[in-house]
Design a protein around this ligand. Structure first.
Ligand SMILES: [Zn+2]
Length: 341
């Protein structure tokens, strides 16, 4: 270690300590503020799940095992009123919970729905319509299938793109994981057409298909009809191509939002009144997205950042807490923290 490094280390360490202190203080202040707001108005917390199944690999950590999901649902049913996303919450006098699902994976119908029906708990399922009834997978699974598989790879990948183009080493799994993570992030900022071009470049480079596994498929038409027929399920829209809306022009956003609603209405024969933004962080959609959701006559739209819902919360940017594959002890601790997070 040279002299410069030995002098730099304490600076970095103290910067980290200050950052941790500020973050801790901010969280405490937020918890106190939320505690008082909860005294004025009963909060509702919205949970977002994506998948209920066991997966051999899950780099995005979106799958909850059926066993853990059942325990989550039974706990919620015992402890709180579980209300529907689309219902009018203004009459609620005590803290309540809402369960939602994003994306429209087939396992929602095959594994989650039977548990919800058996326990007797409602949920709303936001479905992306681009892959309904096909074996095609969402783009992050295609990326995973090409980069995180076993086998031989060329020793470097060059992305041909005016803005994001560069070269990555790809000899080891860790290097390919870096490429996977970087491209996943970049792909939130580009249009579906450009993303398709990148995936094709990768396909040619890797010399393998991007078909992935059938375990990642979206619902079929029949499965959507089955979901729509359940008294415990409601269907909402979630765009066509699952792109971050903030990366798209107004016209592209309109197409994504309106078409997903129309496709689902055609399949179910019922009006689709709710929506959730793909990825759903504040940077993943914009004011145009919110305006178009109102124009499409959605009554509520869900985001994907933590927070509780009060009567003054914007119904077109409802905060939700992401649920991971937690065992029941972790889940109960997390739920406890959600009331003031
Ligand atoms: Zn989604």
């Amino acid at each position: 270690m040279d002299i410069l490094q030995s002098q730099e280390l304490p600076v970095i360490n103290s910067a980290r300590t200050v950052y941790r202190f500020i973050r801790g203080a901010y969280r405490k202040i937020r918890a106190i503020k939320n505690h008082f707001l909860n005294l004025i108005d009963s909060p509702i917390i919205l949970l977002v799940y994506h998948r209920v199944t066991d997966l051999p690999s899950d780099p995005e950590m979106l799958a909850v095992s059926p066993g853990n999901f059942r325990r989550h649902i039974e706990f919620l049913k015992q402890q709180f009123p579980v209300v529907r996303f689309e219902e009018d919450w203004s009459h609620l006098k005590e803290p309540a919970v809402v369960i939602t699902f994003d994306d429209g994976y087939a396992d929602n119908v095959l594994e989650a729905l039977p548990i919800l029906e058996e326990v007797g708990v409602p949920a709303t399922f936001f479905v992306s319509t681009g892959h309904i009834g096909t074996s095609k997978e969402f783009w992050w699974h295609r990326l995973e299938a090409m980069l995180l598989r076993d086998g031989e790879f060329p020793s470097g990948f060059t992305l041909d793109d005016a803005r994001y183009g560069r070269v990555w080493d790809t000899d080891t799994f860790d290097q390919r994981k870096v490429l996977y993570n970087t491209l996943s992030g970049f792909m939130l900022k580009i249009t579906p057409e450009r993303r398709e071009d990148w995936l094709n470049q990768l396909k040619k480079w890797s010399g393998s298909g991007d078909e992935g596994k059938n375990i990642h498929r979206s619902m079929s038409h029949e499965e959507i009809k089955r979901l729509a027929a359940s008294p415990w399920a409601t269907i909402g829209a979630h765009t066509v191509t699952h792109s971050a809306l903030s990366a798209l022009s107004e016209e592209q956003q309109r197409k994504e939002i309106f078409t997903s609603k129309q496709v689902l209405e055609k399949i179910t024969g019922a009006e689709i009144t709710t929506f959730s933004y793909p990825f759903g962080r504040r940077v993943d959609y914009n004011r145009t997205s919110v305006r178009l959701c109102r124009k499409a006559k959605f009554r509520k739209a869900a985001s994907n950042f933590p927070g509780q819902v009060h009567r003054w919360t914007d119904h077109y940017q409802l905060p939700r807490h992401l649920v991971r594959n937690w065992d029941i002890d972790t889940f109960t601790d997390q739920i406890q923290s959600f009331w003031t997070r």
